[in-house]
Ligand binder design. Structure first.
Ligand SMILES: [Fe+2]
Length: 239
């Protein structure tokens, strides 16, 4: 097994522990396919809905560009980075291995973050509110759903430059937390929190539809949150 294959396998297995029964199952399929095929390639996942399914909150134009151009570029560059890593490890080039870490974090994070993001959005009209254990956990940790949404919105809007807002789960404390990550830093790898709900606040996620008004985009995105996926992720991480 190649060095990069070992790394991808580890990354996929880590992703499977994200806590979502939906995302991990998809990643588990990818992992299984990856392991059985001998491939060392990450692949762009299909969206679980049509490109125009999130309108009017997110336009078909934005979704098409975001998925086929931006996410696809992270996948392409992740694969290029892993090929270089494989060569560097094979050559015993420690300096080369270290040099690649930034690109692997950026492109690997971009791939993981967007995969999570697509899954935690729901077609217009299909978003129901949180219920059951998820709702109880939110109320226990934040006081109310509105309080959680206000905190996550405010912190996401306040990110300087590009990044992500997250509702995550702290396995040490057993509590949900709001966190932000710069650029494409992946939540779990950089903070230890298990991602439950992510909001992409890179300009490429909203500029076509909202121009520079990030607060309007963040406010609107709550209308298309897939709470079932958030609940599945929480249930999986608490097992
Ligand atoms: Fe993005």
């Amino acid at each position: 097994m190649s060095a990069s294959k070992l790394i991808v396998d580890k990354a996929l297995r880590a992703s499977i522990s994200l806590g979502s029964s939906k995302i991990p199952s998809e990643l588990a399929k990818s992992s299984a396919a990856f392991l059985s095929s001998g491939s060392t390639k990450a692949t762009l996942p299909d969206l679980p809905y049509d490109y125009d399914a999130l309108e009017p909150v997110i336009s078909s134009e934005t979704m098409t560009l975001h998925h086929t151009k931006h996410h696809n570029t992270y996948v392409t560059n992740l694969n290029a980075g892993m090929e270089k890593l494989d060569a560097a490890i094979t050559a015993g080039d420690v300096s080369g291995i270290i040099t690649l870490q930034g690109a692997l974090k950026f492109n690997g994070g971009g791939h993981l973050n967007h995969t999570l993001f697509w899954e935690n959005l729901a077609p217009t009209g299909k978003s129901s509110g949180p219920s059951g254990h998820l709702e109880a956990c939110i109320i226990n940790c934040f006081g109310s759903l509105d309080a959680m949404k206000a905190e996550l919105s405010a912190k996401s809007i306040a990110i300087q430059g590009s990044g992500w807002g997250w509702l995550g789960y702290n396995t040490a404390t057993g509590r949900m937390e709001v966190a932000t990550c710069a650029n494409q830093d992946p939540l779990q790898a950089t903070t230890g929190l298990v991602p439950l709900l992510g909001i992409d606040v890179w300009e490429h996620a909203y500029y076509v539809d909202y121009r520079n008004v990030r607060p309007d985009y963040v406010k609107a995105v709550w209308d298309i949150v897939n709470w079932d996926v958030v609940a599945e992720r929480l249930a999986a991480v608490k097992k």
